[in-house]
Design a protein. Structure first.
Lengths: 216, 216
DNA sequence: TCAAAAGTGTTCTATCTACACCCATGT
DNA sequence: ACATGGGTGTAGATAGAACACTTTTGA
């Protein structure tokens, strides 16, 4: 830990962006445009230049990739030496986004794409572990927070909420118990509207009572 | 996030070192030996030079301050711009140590000292918030992990374990329920020995079945 | 024999789990 | 009228909370 000569490691931010697409939890990946591992799928990220806070830098990266604002973003952890070719730290975040509000970049040479977390290719650096870590965190927080608001539109049916939970947890849930538990939390409230979509009884629409993180 | 000129922010590690002393949760502080805030109490830490992983650097800092090895250490989070005078990130860790195994530095100009977390002075940078965050994390993990092993000697009585929990949580616990819950987890096991210390029935001694982190 | 902490069980309550039927709608 | 998903309640099991007395020891 001697500072005989000043240390100038690289600082980078990385964002694990999750969305529920086709009923499955998916993560946004880009192809690397530089060595090492050029052309390989990896998590979006970039160097941090110190001009803004880390949270702001991660938010900017998220907006750059998705065009969406006001989404859920949380710091995950910080890893060192992800890139073995030079010393540095990578501050990883994860985000939960609603796919309807997302417009992916298409102008680039390497177009970003969604990948199911249960069928990922081999990624650059140690990104596979990092995503697994992020999935664990989201699963755990689903139980005692309202972070699912990041994944859903303003109004949604209880069925949609349940499908979201099931996609993240990877297990089916009992419909009546799920409904009871959700309504008991007071995290969601009926909007008063319904949605008709098919030859069956219309579903009541609900909304999150707050779009700020709440712990139970 | 353009890298037109290379960014070289400073990377530092900070360690929040906890111990139970005099029945209270206390944290190890040092007096800053450099500006800004020279002479003010602050958390121990130092610049990271990239020669080892962050975990190794934090472990080294912990050993430097306490002389103790094989203790519980976990990454907390990473903050940017703690020091307003220059861009940089600080990777914060927290550690749980057993006071009996600790030998504080005494050679230095600024001697480190323990401070109760419920009566802290105003610290340099944003260290007060950081400690509050660390306390929250420890409290939460106490419920579903065995991290208390970091705070206790190899053999301990159930009363000592309970006192440790109460010091961290800040609330009294029912003795019989606490005992039942602890023994039900199988995280601890009786050593077979007893400890006599006073005009009353001797207490059975217990030990943690493992000194690796376990989640319930 | 007394004081002081260790050790032990049961009852009550709240929470979670499992499970089956009626309702509103479109075709 | 029928097929489809939406909506509801109850009984049993499990886990947590409250609570008082007996045991072992040193003085």
């Amino acid at each position: 830990m001697s500072a005989s000569e000043p240390a100038h490691p690289i600082v980078a931010t990385i964002v694990v962006i999750f969305a529920i697409i086709d009923g499955a939890l998916q993560v946004l990946l880009v192809r690397r445009s530089a060595d090492p591992d050029r052309g390989r799928w990896a998590l979006p990220g970039g160097r941090w230049d110190g001009s803004a806070t880390l949270d702001q830098a991660a938010t900017a990266k998220l907006v750059e990739e998705t065009g969406a604002r006001d989404l859920y973003l949380e710091q995950l952890f910080t890893a060192s030496h992800l890139d073995a070719t030079q010393p540095g730290v990578a501050v990883a975040y994860f985000a939960l986004v609603e796919p309807a509000r997302v417009r992916l970049r298409t102008t680039d040479e390497w177009v970003p794409a969604w990948h199911r977390v249960d069928a990922l290719p081999e990624l650059a650096f140690r990104n596979n572990e990092l995503i697994a870590h992020a999935v664990d965190r989201v699963r755990a927080k689903l139980d005692y927070t309202n972070i699912a608001y990041g994944l859903l539109p303003d109004a949604f049916t209880l069925r949609e909420l349940q499908t979201t939970y099931e996609a993240i947890l990877g297990t089916p849930l009992d419909r009546r118990n799920f409904r009871k538990r959700m309504l008991a939390t007071a995290l969601i409230a009926p909007t008063g509207d319904q949605r008709r979509e098919g030859a069956h009884r219309p579903a009541l629409l609900y909304t999150f009572t707050t779009r700020e993180p709440v712990f139970l």
